[in-house]
Structure formats: C-alpha cells, structure tokens
Design a protein around this ligand. Structure first.
Ligand code: GLP
Length: 250
C-alpha cells in the first residue's frame, strides 16, 4: 500500500528537519498533511488500523494512539464498526485559541474573506467597556463574510485597538496573521456562544433560508499583559459547524 499517507509518513521518518522521535506523533502529522492536501477528502475513510500498522510497520497501539488524538481534535470521526473518516462538518475544539484561517487550512479547505468594512473609527461606549479602552480611542474595524472556497460559513465583525494594529490594510486573509506580525497574537480568550435564528440579512449573506439555525459567538481575546486585543462578534452557520469542548472534573 503506497498511498499518499504511507509516502508522507516515510518522508517524515527520513527528513532530518522534521524528525519526530515518537512514531504516533509522526503518523498524526502525516495524517494531518494528507487531509490538508485533500489526498483523503472529508467524508472519506482512512485505511483500517490493521492496514496502517501493516503498511507502516507500526504497532496497532501506536496507530490507535495517533488516530485517537485526531478524533479528539475533530479532524477525524469514528463510526462504530465502519471505521475512521475525515470529518465532514467542521469540528472546532473550543479549548484551542485558533483562527478561522487556521481551522479551515487544517481541514484542507481554502479560507477566504470578503470585506464590507476595513477601516479606522472611534470606539463605541459598549466596545470601550468590553475592551477596557478610553472613550474616543481609535479602533480598527473589520466586517467580513468568511468563506471556504465559494461557500460562506460565517459573518464576523471585529474591533481591534489601533494602538495594537494601526493599519487596517495589514489584515489580508487573516487577522491573527496580521497580529502575529506585530507580536500581538492573542494568548487567551473568553468566548460566549448563543443559538440564534439567522436574520434575513445574515441569512442572505450566508446563502441559507431566513430563520435558519445559527451560532452567535462573541470572542474577547487578550495579550499576555492583559490588554484586550480583539472584540469579535460572529454568526456561524449552524448546519456546518460543531463546537466541541473538553470537560474535566476538579
Ligand atoms: C475566529 C474567531 C474570531 C477571530 C478569527 C480570526 O473566526 N471567531 O474571533 O477574529 O477567528 O481569524 P483570521 O485570523 O482567519 O482572521
């Protein structure tokens, strides 16, 4: 079985700069890469554990461990008796502070944005409260429809202090990439989710019928020093996204 997956796994074993001593992490990375490159498409099955362990010379335990981590991340799903598949819905683990662009790229999708607004303005009283800014402070405002290829997935309105990001045009595809370039990538965030029926205006932009189920998400993200770096309100299509949280007792 010389599949794209086996080839990628071997490449990782041989390449000196990606040398990963632990076999299950190497396999996890290889699976991620083939999903990203769409060598295995959403909804398609992965080779069975037995075939993988045989083809790659790995123990079943190692293969199982590699897969379990990706199931937890939401990249793969398991159906009892049927095997392991690349997830079709976008499953977003809530414990990781990642960007829309990163989430989609990790699934081999092509993230894209259409901007309605990308400029500088003055903070509103509500935003000033949410972001601990003084009245009148300058902020960058982004209003975008976020797509996977041609399919609209979400509408987002973001507000970022201009003291952190002075030039709105620095945001091209990804806000977090622009923040990263200024050493201001958020480290922590508070997120609130609420079920909504999408308004006529939102439904039109998301190509779904008015009143369809949606998720309204508000994210406040912070820098290490406690400054708020973004205040974003999003409306996600409810028919595509699953938000998954890991819970611990203690
Ligand atoms: C998600 C979050 C937003 C965040 C965005 C950044 O969609 N809900 O709060 O602003 O990711 O994504 P990107 O870096 O692709 O612009």
């Amino acid at each position: 079985m010389e599949t794209a997956l086996a080839a990628e796994y071997r490449r990782l074993c041989e390449s000196p700069d990606t040398r990963q001593p632990l076999a299950y992490l190497r396999l996890r990375r290889a699976i991620r890469t083939v999903v990203e490159h769409r060598d295995i498409e959403p909804g398609q099955a992965l080779p069975s554990e037995r075939d993988l362990s045989h083809a790659l010379g790995l123990s079943r335990v190692t293969v199982r461990k590699a897969i379990a981590g990706l199931v937890e991340e939401g990249l793969l799903t398991q159906r009892h008796g049927a095997g392991t598949f690349v997830a079709e819905r976008i499953v977003k683990p809530m414990s990781r502070l990642t960007s829309f662009t990163e989430d989609l790229r990790a699934r081999g999708l092509n993230p894209r944005s259409e901007f309605f607004e990308r400029g500088i303005g003055e903070v509103t009283p509500e935003e000033a409260m949410a972001m601990n800014l003084s009245p009148g402070a300058a902020v960058v405002r982004l209003h975008r429809v976020r797509y996977a290829g041609d399919e609209p997935l979400a509408i987002e309105r973001s507000v970022v202090p201009a003291s952190v990001l002075p030039d709105p045009m620095a945001v091209r595809d990804s806000l977090y990439e622009a923040l990263e370039q200024r050493n201001a990538r958020p480290r922590r965030a508070l997120q609130r989710l609420r079920a909504v029926s999408l308004s006529a205006q939102h439904a039109r932009l998301l190509h779904v019928p008015t009143g369809s189920a949606g998720l309204s998400i508000e994210r406040r993200s912070f820098l290490d020093d406690g400054r708020v770096v973004e205040f974003t309100s999003s409306w996600y299509r409810g028919d595509i996204y699953d938000f998954v949280a890991e819970l611990h007792t203690d």
